[in-house]
Design a protein around this ligand. Structure first.
Ligand code: SF4
Ligand code: SF4
Length: 433
């Protein structure tokens, strides 16, 4: 019989064909664990995408369900001997579906006219703050009106009132670098964290300064990860281009990202722009010098003294981290360096919390079920603080704690490191070096 010829998605067809149907991915897939049916696991999703590629069904037939409920977390790869990248295959299938059908108009507007432009993001922040000042934001949340306000209402509910100052604004009031200057870095601020959790980005900047690194904080738009996740390939490439053009000329030793997922995406910008004659090489250079903040600090070594914190903490791993290598152990190593801090193990720490970008909005019931499972493990660990280093995880876990574990505090890894540095300062220790 003749080999099937892929109708589309030729670039992931070979990877999808590697699935040997062993079913080992079931045990590590958050969506399957909360809804154990075949199409909720990597095996089922990959088989359906392959059926679509070979013409036995259309992508539209699997859009609602197999494609929409996947978190694209790629946790299934951990159990998969042939390393089938199901999250990437699902992302590409969503892109192909949207190429066939077009994009939702509001999403198109946001991806082209808001997210790529730092000025528009600042305007959105000012508008949101103005609405908060009138009390309408509070009223909308209290009255349940947010349920009828689409995506804007879902975000209002999820992240709560926005802090008064963005991370970009906070960057203007930073202290001088401490001790001998060890280098200069550009901080790649995630646009979502810039608005919703700027204290985490500020902590990254302050910890870098305390450790002898000058920081440059370029005002950037989105790096393109949301567009990738929601299947808008053109918007993803446009945002990658803008980011590379802004970062490549900077005279810095490294680009340091404040969130795990956007940094991982930026590290793939060479791949995303590989067919662009003028940008492929600059994109490769940006990718090569981009580091997640935790990995950068671990590689360079802490120079700022750490003071004691009598906290019990657990670390929840962002699912965007690579499964191989050391990336997932780095935060524990940094936390273990803090005197008197008790770091407890967390069951299924590597499994997605159901945040995954705007998954909480698109799949609210599934997201809540996945979050509930995560919070059960956190409660069993008996910690007072849950630590992570990704903004989607921060907002999702904070929302979960607000409703179900009110005594739990959720912090970015660098907020904890900054608290430890401040503890050392209170005890009168000066900077090293
Ligand atoms: S990417 Fe995540 S949600 Fe999707 S099949 Fe794999 S483990 Fe499940
Ligand atoms: S673990 Fe990998 S090879 Fe096995 S069924 Fe799942 S996707 Fe297929």
């Amino acid at each position: 019989m003749a080999e099937p010829v892929p109708r589309f998605l030729a670039d992931v067809y070979e990877a999808a064909s590697r699935c040997n149907k062993c079913s080992l991915c079931q045990a590590v897939c958050p969506t399957y664990l909360t809804n154990p049916v075949e199409w909720e696991t990597a095996r089922g999703r990959v088989a359906l995408v392959r059926d679509a590629i070979e013409g036995r069904l259309e992508l539209r037939d699997i859009a609602d369900g197999p494609l929409s409920t996947c978190l694209t977390c790629n946790n299934c790869i951990a159990a998969c001997a042939p390393r089938v990248p199901t999250g990437d295959i699902v992302s590409r299938a969503r892109q192909e579906l949207h190429a066939q059908e077009g994009h939702p108009p509001v999403q198109t507007l946001v991806f082209r006219s808001v997210l790529p432009h730092p000025g528009m993001l600042a305007t959105a922040h000012r508008l949101s703050r103005a609405v908060q000042a009138t009390g309408l934001h509070w009223l909308a949340r209290r009255s349940g009106m947010t349920r009828w306000m689409g995506a804007a209402g879902a975000f209002m509910e999820h992240v709560g009132p926005l802090p008064a100052r963005t991370a970009h604004q906070r960057a203007r009031g930073l202290p001088a670098v401490e001790g001998a200057v060890r280098g200069r870095v550009a901080v790649f601020v995630c646009c979502y964290q810039n608005l919703c959790a700027p204290e985490a980005s500020e902590a990254v900047m302050r910890v870098l300064l305390a450790n002898g690194f000058e920081v440059d904080v370029p005002r950037l738009g989105c790096g393109g990860l949301p567009a990738k996740s929601l299947g808008d390939r053109d918007a993803m490439r446009d945002m990658a281009r803008r980011t590379v053009e802004a970062l490549e000329p900077l005279e810095v030793d490294a680009v340091v990202g404040d969130t795990a997922s956007c940094t991982a995406h930026l590290r793939r910008c060479g791949e995303i722009l590989e067919d662009e004659p003028l940008l492929a090489a600059p994109a490769d250079r940006v990718a090569a010098r981009t580091w997640r903040a935790a990995e950068f600090l671990d590689r360079e070594g802490l120079s700022a003294p750490l003071g004691p914190l009598r906290w019990t903490v657990a670390y929840d791993q962002p699912c965007s981290l690579p499964l191989d290598g050391d990336a997932r152990r780095v935060p524990q190593r940094l936390l273990a360096a803090i005197p008197e801090l008790e770091l407890r193990p967390l069951t299924e720490a590597e499994m997605c919390c159901g945040g995954a970008g705007d998954y909480f909005r698109r799949e609210p019931e599934r997201s809540a079920a996945i979050l509930a499972r995560k919070l059960e493990h956190v409660a069993a660990a008996g910690v007072e603080i849950l630590v992570t280093d990704n903004v989607s995880c921060l907002t999702q876990l904070r929302e979960g704690a607000r409703h179900h574990l009110p005594s739990l505090r959720v912090m970015h890894l660098f907020e904890v490191l900054l608290a430890s540095i401040e503890s050392a300062r209170r005890r009168g220790a000066g900077p090293r070096g």
